[in-house]
Design a protein around this ligand. Sequence first.
Ligand code: 3PG
Ligand code: MG
Length: 353
Amino acid sequence: MHRPRSVRQADVRGKRVLVRADLNVPLEHGNVADDTRIVAALPTLVWLLDEGATEVTVCSHLGRPKSEEDRARYAIAPVEAELRRHVHDDRLVVLENTRFHAGETANDEAYARELADGRDLYVNDAFGSAHRAHASTEAVAHLLPAYAGFLLDQELEHLGRLLGDVDRPFVLVAGGAKVEDKLGVLQHLGGRADTVIVGGKMAEELRDETPLDFPVVLPTDVVAAEAFEPDAAARVAPYDDVPPGWLGLDIGPESQARFANEVSRARTILWNGPMGVFEWERFSNGTKAVAKAVAENSSAYSVVGGGDSVRAVNELGLAERVSWLSTGGGASLELLEGRELPGVAAIPEASVH
Ligand code: 3PG
Ligand code: MG
């Protein structure tokens, strides 16, 4: 695996540094709902300031803004406010959501130049976005001397463990909403894990037809709701017999027990993505059951990644009982798939001494 050089090797005193962090945190009613990614970004920022950088400019995307209205919804302000609760330093500059620029997702050189302009060094600490070849994660790394931040480095260290010889059984639990993104990845991952468990929206997608060419443990029952609403009429239904027009918004009790049992036998675990609409109390039990099962398996090396899974673990107070809480969702899956992450590949390799 390509190990990028660490910012520790850089001379940052007197420098203006651009940091790409992944501050793409879940929001609820305009507020930060889980600050894991913000807290995880702090060590690099604080270190740069302590080492005497003249200016530390941090940038991140937030959400997937598409319309003009989304500009208000995904403004960086609440994230910046949260960040500034931890860092009281005028040398810290926070840029607006990078995805408000069309050039960001296009990996556009002109936008990358805008980011690089007037800055001396680039530090990528955005592991969660390292699978995206975007202007702030990729193009800009070719315009300034580029280094990996502490978080990026640590993530590669911990997730790298899953790439080598792992203790088996290796159980992969997948869920969450970004189904289009993740199915392709899962397809490639099938051979690496001994058991692949699928819940959440992904399982809903696989009900009628699966593109996966390996066996997958699917729910046997779901909590079906009449509408996509927090207080919709709901009842437990067989996975393959959900009333027409109803939606499976969580895995059912039987599936919870079955998934938990699989997880309890694992020696290596990667869990990515919630089992249902976890942010709505009535549809959160499946995700909680998986979180508990992962935490209770103290003999396994367990990695939990992705915003919502991490949030579940945090809300249940189980963070200490998981081996590594990853700030990467899709990024950890792609890394595990054996793919080169563009944000990582763009940083020169660490020199071997
Ligand atoms: C994530 O939350 O997975 C990362 O921040 C990347 O976000 P994206 O899937 O919208 O590119
Ligand atoms: Mg995510």
